[in-house]
Design a protein around this ligand. Structure first.
Ligand code: SF4
Length: 289
């Protein structure tokens, strides 16, 4: 039984996130950061043409990158390393779809805060534990591997009171992957309709947010946003298990979204009841840059 000495040698492998910081190494492709100061003589058009998902736009010489479309292919970072670079963050989930566009638009701050407060008020009754129904709406299968990893001994989401359920009638959160294939839109909507209130929808991955590499066509709807009201967007292709876990904790109001501000339950109008969080002793992190 070689696993006994191996287990004793390895000790406890289960992460202590979010009570303690954790994450991936420096080479991990978490998201693409965009430099704000771009010299006037730099022509970024080749980057927009090289991006396979149309995630990059150049307005008046200034690049905007939509993380909801980015599949982390690395073409832009190879072409313009001085403008685009990978960073190893994973706390990249946001509430409002437009918050995935970087650099952020400061004029949106008030409406982003309102969205946070609305979600925080809605989920205040989700105490002690949450149950998740996952629906594959046309995924390539990569997100499913990462979601399955959440149940492994390393991430062990059940330690946080997070459980997966087969029945949407028992579910608080709806975790959706895939580009929104035409054949799955009806079952997806039916799943959402029979969930009890409050129900929260999390779009996992660039496919679910925007259609990703497939985009919109005769067989897909370019994501699930036109079929369901999405509450939390988890970018990535696929997002990492830590990234998905961050999205779940943002959805129940226990961690702030990547665009900053407070967690939903800490928002002033969130109707905090003083009954304590779903997950005890959650450490609130600084928002990802
Ligand atoms: S890394 Fe993202 S933004 Fe850059 S080219 Fe690839 S898909 Fe486009």
């Amino acid at each position: 039984m070689p696993w006994i000495p191996r287990g004793m040698r390895n000790g406890i492998v289960t992460t202590r996130y979010p009570r303690h910081p954790d994450g991936y190494g420096p080479g991990f492709r978490g998201s693409v950061a965009v430099a704000r100061d771009v010299a006037d003589d730099v022509n970024l058009e080749p980057a927009t043409q090289a991006c396979p998902t149309g995630a990059i736009k150049v307005l008046e010489g200034r690049p905007d990158l939509d993380r909801g479309r980015c599949i982390l292919c690395g073409r832009c970072t190879e072409l313009y390393p001085q403008v685009f670079r990978f960073q190893s963050d994973f706390e990249t989930s946001v509430i409002a779809r437009r918050a995935l566009v970087v650099p952020p638009d400061n004029e949106d701050r008030e409406s982003l805060e309102r969205a946070r407060q609305e979600l925080g008020g809605r989920v205040k009754s989700l105490r002690r534990s949450v149950h998740i129904r996952h629906v594959d709406a046309g995924s390539d299968g990569s997100e499913e591997w990462e979601i399955a990893a959440l149940l492994s001994p390393v991430y062990d989401v059940q330690r946080l009171g997070v459980f997966f359920t087969a029945s949407p009638k028992h579910a608080d959160l709806l975790l959706v992957t895939g580009a929104g294939s035409a054949g799955m839109l009806g079952p997806l909507r039916e799943t959402y309709d029979v969930m009890p209130v409050p129900k929260v929808v999390i779009a996992v991955g660039a496919d679910a947010i925007s259609g990703g590499l497939i985009g919109e066509g005769y067989a897909t709807r370019g994501g699930i946003g036109r079929t369901l009201p999405v509450d939390v967007h988890v970018p990535g292709s696929p997002p990492s298990p830590f990234g998905i876990l961050h999205g779940i904790l943002v959805a129940v109001g226990l961690l702030p979204p990547a665009d900053g501000g407070r967690s939903g339950r800490d928002a002033p109008d969130a109707g905090r009841t003083g009954n304590g969080p779903v997950i005890p002793n959650v450490r609130h992190h600084e928002a990802a840059p």
